[in-house]
Ligand binder design. Structure first.
Ligand code: FMN
Length: 401
């Protein structure tokens, strides 16, 4: 982040001091919204979603690690999550995890399509829980964007043919994404219903593996989003055409997964809240879809964007998606998470203090610094000791306040 950006956030942080004296009203039917304290940091107030209380408003955004074999979690996943749990993150959302083998982006993506995956995932959740973070998981199907080489491969993102160990991608329509890859198979209604059932089975396995939050991935041009976006969905049946038809897979999946989850487990949905393209899915669509998701028991919308069109003009910059979370929170009566280039403590604190989102999700900044929450604590709550793991705290007397 440049010095100009830093100056902007310093100014907004001062504005937050004014907002800090107010409390955001709780809208009926919504999950817990930001309750802003009269002093101190908003970012470090707990967030209660159903029976789960996050110790703060900082979530690790789901990030593919492309490090699995046959979908299994391994030591890398334990280390990746453990580092951020010790670093003070409130909610850890495990990467896009395939509900079917063909639902993986790459052959190296994490999976949860069989019971055998559960014990290795349990090691990930046990460690994170022990250090105060709530383990969550993003359930996903990559749809037309499946069967790609991972970024570490000499030809990243290139289509992996069935002969090379890949598979035929599937989607709402036989419409290729971009120039490469093969034309996806257009799903039949029976196949759509089977994938929905796979999400439900994956949700049950997630609970068995110790996850306490479940997120459905309906963003970034993957299967869920591709049903929503007119740019990707050209179906003529009950899953295509009108808004009601395009949101059918989303609402049916959310309703079924909700019914399969214990009552106290929050259900999140990540949406691409706009396609940033004429003729695509819009923020208005996301507001209406979020209203309906709230009605079927979804607790929070994780507000991302893009992924349906390679020609989209995305105004990337600090906090560029926060306005999406803010509008959905205000108009759909549901808690939201903001994500995208949120990197500074004051910036994150202001988003919560001003009631623009209930949760701040961070991706790359938490890769750069797994201890970002502790650093933010020192910046936002000077004079109060940060919650450092006891294994380190005894050796660092200056952190004891
Ligand atoms: C390495 C990497 C992997 C990602 N994998 C996922 C994923 O599995 N699911 C998802 O919804 N978004 C994924 N994303 C997007 C992030 O969750 C996040 O929305 C995005 O990076 C913007 O946040 P940031 O600016 O804080 O990094 C990934 C991003 C990165 C950098």
């Amino acid at each position: 982040m440049g010095s100009m950006d830093r100056r902007i956030f310093c100014r907004t942080a001062l504005a937050a001091g004014v907002a800090a004296a107010t409390t955001v009203a709780q809208e009926p039917g919504s999950a817990s919204k930001a309750s802003v304290p009269s002093s101190g940091s908003s970012l470090f107030t707990p967030l209660k979603l159903r029976g789960v209380t996050l110790r703060n408003r900082i979530a690790m955004s789901p990030m593919c690690q492309y490090s699995s074999d046959d979908g299994f979690a391994n030591e890398w996943h334990v280390a990746h999550h453990a580092a951020r749990a010790v670093g003070g993150v409130g909610l850890l959302i495990a990467e896009a995890t395939g509900v079917e083998p063909e639902g993986r982006i790459t052959p190296n993506c994490l999976g949860i399509w069989k019971d055998e995956h559960v014990p290795a995932l349990r090691k990930v959740t046990e460690f994170a829980s022990r250090y105060g973070a709530v383990p969550g998981i993003q359930l996903a199907h990559a749809g037309v964007k499946a069967s790609r080489h991972r970024p570490l491969h000499p030809t990243p993102n290139a289509f992996v043919t069935p002969e090379e160990g890949g598979w035929m991608p599937v989607g709402p329509s036989a419409k290729r994404y971009g120039q490469d890859g093969s034309v996806p198979h257009e799903l039949t209604v029976a196949e759509i219903e089977r994938i929905r059932a796979s999400f439900v089975a994956a949700a049950r396995r997630s609970i068995a593996a110790g996850f306490r939050v479940v997120e459905l991935h309906f963003a970034h041009g993957y299967l869920g989003h591709s049903f929503l976006s007119p740019l990707m969905n050209e179906r003529k049946d009950e899953y295509g055409g009108s808004f009601d038809n395009r949101v059918r897979f989303l609402l049916d999946t959310a309703r079924d997964v909700r019914a399969a989850l214990p009552e106290d487990v929050p259900l999140l949905v990540r949406l691409s809240c706009t396609d940033w393209t004429d003729g695509g899915w819009t923020l208005d669509d996301s507001v209406e879809a979020s209203r309906r998701l709230a009605q079927v028991g979804v607790d929070l919308i994780d507000c991302s964007s893009g992924g349906a069109s390679r020609s989209a003009q995305i105004p990337v910059g600090p906090g560029y998606q926060v306005a999406l979370a803010e509008r959905i929170r205000r108009e759909a009566g549901i808690a939201t998470g903001a994500v995208g280039l949120i990197t500074e403590p004051a910036q994150a604190d202001t988003i919560v203090a001003e009631g623009r989102a209930d949760l701040v999700l961070m991706g790359r900044e938490l890769l750069r610094d797994p201890h970002w929450p502790l650093r933010a604590w020192v910046a936002l709550k000077p004079g109060t000791p940060p919650p450092i793991a006891r294994e380190y705290a005894w050796a660092l007397p200056e952190t004891r306040g």
